[in-house]
Design a protein around this ligand. Sequence first.
Ligand code: 5RP
Length: 271
Amino acid sequence: MDWGMRNRLARMFRPPSGNSVMLAVDHGYFMGPTRRLEDVRGTVAPLLPHADAVALTRGILRACVPAESATPVVLRVSGGATVLQEDLSDEAITTSMPEAARLNVSAVALSVFVGAPHEHQSLVNLARLVDESAETGIPVLAITAVGKELEKRDARYLALACRVSAELGAQMVKTYYCEGFSKVVEGCPVPLVVAGGPKLDSDRAALELAHGAIADGARGIDMGRNIWQSDHPVAMLKALRAIVHERATVREAMDVLEAERAARVSAPSAA
Ligand code: 5RP
């Protein structure tokens, strides 16, 4: 692996843990203005300094992230379907690798839809991006999308999707946490990060998810709704950092969250 690619990966997977806390705000590319992400600029601004990377599309990057930001960017480059369609898997590459290079991103990301009608197309998209990543030094994050078929969130299915993505050359894979997740990790030779999925009942439940994933061998999280749909997004992000980077227990992470929340209530301008 060339220095440029190693450097991009090292900027996202941070010492001393070598893990990564990625903030996902790319939902609008197929969901439109998602709850509490209607104003992306306002949502993202206080969170950016606490994230090891931010995952978004080029339109949102240009419009909502200051060029002065030091937070590495994971650029979503696949799209072409919206929630109005039954089949979300009909995606193409929507942003080219030269454009990603111009935007100075640290990685590109695309969805792969294993088991969906457009499985072949999405896997070929991945393979093509990996070829281009060798030329530019920009690593590829494959996102094992489960779309509307959430019942596919089981270890056997996710292990298959993650392994296929790694075999095609993805340098990193994003997937979902599930029962038996260590099997998914075991079968995937590249770093795995986990998404949070729809907002869980409580902040604690999201911290438990992250804790379970890291304990089972995930190298980080790429989480959205359970951060910015929380009533305390910055506190939540800091609590997740404690789990991902310091291997904090859920109890310790809850303490971080409570302390941070209390500090922000007494000094609201810090929120
Ligand atoms: C959207 C995505 C999201 O980035 C991913 O699902 C993470 O966000 P969340 O934690 O809200 O699920 O890939 O397609």
